[in-house]
Structures are given as C-alpha cells and as structure tokens.
Ligand binder design. Structure first.
Ligand SMILES: [Zn+2]
Length: 208
C-alpha cells in the first residue's frame, strides 16, 4: 500500500473555488467560520489565509465595514480562533469533553467587547442605543459575534443535528437536514457515492 501524503498544500485561493455554504452555515456564522478552512480533493483552501482574503470574508458577512483592512496578526487571530471553534464542534459531534482551551478562547472573545448596544445621548438623536465597534477593535468585534453564535449553536436545538461531512477528504461541518445525509454539498455527495461504488467493485472476490 502506498503511503498517504501527510499534508496537502494549503493555498490562499479565491473564495469562488469554495463549494456553496454547507447546510446550516447560512444561519450560523460560526459554522460558516469553522468551514472557512477547506480540504478539497485538489488540496487545502483557506478563505482566511491572507489579510486581504480574511477582510473580504468578514465584509461579505457583515462582520466588518466595507473598507476594512486587516494586518496579518489579525488574520492569524481569526485562524487561531477558528481552530478552537472547530475543536468545540468536533467535541459536540463526537460527544467528547470540550477542550478547556477552546472554552477559554470562546469566553474571552465573548467578554472582550461590549456585546450589547450601549445607551447613548446626543443632540441629533436624543437617547438611542449604538453598537460600539471602533475600527481598531474590528477583529475583537467579529470574534465576539462568532463566539456568541458558536455558543448558541453548541447549546441550542440545532446542536443535535451537527455533523462532519462524511465524504473524504472534506472536513466541513454541517447541520443534517435529514438523518441519512452526512455530506456538505452535492459535490461531496457525488464523490461519496462514486467511492462506495468503486469499493463495491474492487471488493468482488477474486479468482485465484
Ligand atoms: Zn463535504
């Protein structure tokens, strides 16, 4: 048997190479976030791989203003936090204890910025509530929103339907739309069926 390649090259390729969002990712930004690191049959694809692609990812999801610019250190913080969210999803799916460092990361993100719109007063608007997110805390704000959604997802009614795509090499997570479905996209479903058909063919008893 040939040795499996240990690593696949990760490219910071444009987002259009990514498959459509996995079921549930439209409703749960944390699930979409977890799935921003992809393993495609052609190799790895990281939608947060560079400051520009990470900024684009945030802007497209309304988590940063349209003119947002990120430094590499910010993109790195997003990628590190993604690891923790993925670890929590896996622990929930596999019913294993949640890693303490992942809990700490989510709780720090939840509490590092005010999560509620604050009460303000000015001449023009009088009393009103406004979400404070100065640009220098853009990543903190995005992490807080993603952490809040992750916490809701992991403890809410949708948690029962969390699954990992069953079509190797894909590692995306999804919310199962029905019990039998364990893949994240039509492409992954087709590949899983083709792999099963191939396995059946090659499992035919051979005449010695
Ligand atoms: Zn998949």
């Amino acid at each position: 048997m040939r040795a499996m390649k240990e690593t696949v090259p990760v490219t910071d390729a444009p987002a259009h190479l990514a498959p459509p969002p996995a079921p549930g990712a439209e409703r749960h930004p944390a699930l979409d976030f977890a799935n921003s690191a992809l393993v495609l049959p052609s190799g790895g694809l990281d939608l947060l791989g560079s400051p520009d692609s990470a900024a684009q990812w945030l802007v497209e999801r309304g988590l940063a203003p349209a003119d947002a610019r990120l430094q590499e250190v910010c993109a790195g913080r997003l990628r590190d936090f993604r690891q923790q969210v993925r670890a929590l999803l896996v622990s929930r799916i596999t019913a294993l204890p949640a890693p303490p460092e992942a809990l700490t990361a989510v709780n720090e993100a939840l509490t590092s910025v005010p999560s509620a719109p604050l009460l303000r007063w000015d001449e023009a608007q009088g009393l009103h509530r406004a979400q404070p997110h100065p640009t220098d805390r853009l990543v903190d704000h995005a992490l807080a929103v993603l952490a809040a959604d992750a916490a809701d997802l992991l403890t809410g009614p949708d948690a029962e339907r969390l699954a990992t795509c069953g079509s190797a090499p894909c590692t995306r997570h999804l919310l199962r739309t029905h019990a039998a479905r364990h893949w994240c996209s039509v492409r992954c479903g087709d590949r899983a069926r083709a792999a099963r058909a191939y396995a059946r063919r090659t499992a035919q008893p051979k005449t010695a």
